[in-house]
Design a protein around this ligand. Structure first.
Ligand code: IMP
Length: 197
């Protein structure tokens, strides 16, 4: 591999940083994270995942003048009109309490008296280059909301999300199993195929 580039990842989340580093390394791309470069975390003011991913990638690109990657993701529940959506992290309150956030999803569904439990995780990864170009890649995984929560291995809403065609939640799967199915894995596969395919 002759190519060697360093891209910036606009994230302070160590799990995400490690996952992306592992995936991009074989393509000769090293990642330097916003945390390692002490970059500020821009406020996510957009109403869509695409808008927020681009906002973060462009902010990092403007700070560094380098190729920058950013992602935005969340859980969209059909019967709730796509909520919590871009506010997924905020449904856990200041303390980012996801037991609370999962309960809020459950209670909102119960209040509707619907049997529709369809939901999807969505992830958008944006890549901003110093020449001003921006590309975005969307990954989705469809499934359903279960209650009560099951499994200990996940984060966020993993324990109430069961992907279609499976009888375990994301929190009951190994990290590799989830990665192969997940919205983030799918958005990344699209990026890798476009950039290196
Ligand atoms: P962000 O993309 O870092 O802004 O995260 C958005 C929020 O969506 C996270 O805090 C989680 O609550 C939720 N989320 C995103 N991806 C996942 C996932 O794979 N499992 C569980 N929750 C997720």
């Amino acid at each position: 591999m002759t190519r060697k580039e360093i891209w910036v990842l606009s994230s302070h989340n160590h799990g995400k940083i490690k996952e992306l580093k592992d995936i991009l390394e074989p393509y000769g791309v090293g990642l330097s994270s916003a945390a390692e470069m002490s970059l500020p975390e821009p406020e996510e003011t957009e109403k869509t995942f695409v808008g927020n991913a681009i906002l973060k990638a462009e902010a990092a690109r403007d700070e560094t003048g380098m190729v920058c990657l950013a992602d935005d993701s969340g859980l969209c529940v059909d019967a709730l009109g796509g909520d919590p959506g871009v506010l997924s992290a905020r449904w856990g309150g200041e303390a980012r309490d996801f037991d609370l956030a999962m309960r809020r999803v459950h209670e909102a569904l119960e209040a509707l008296e619907t049997n529709d439990r369809t939901a999807r995780f969505v992830c958008v990864i944006a890549l901003a280059r110093p020449d001003g170009s921006v590309r975005d890649h969307v990954g989705e995984i469809v499934g359903s909301i279960v209650w009560p929560p099951r499994g200990d291995d996940g984060f966020g809403y993993d324990a109430i999300f069961q992907p279609e065609g499976h009888n375990r939640t994301f929190a009951e799967m190994s990290r590799d199993e989830k990665r192969a199915l997940s919205h983030r894995g799918r958005a990344l596969a699209s990026l890798v195929s476009e950039e290196f395919g």
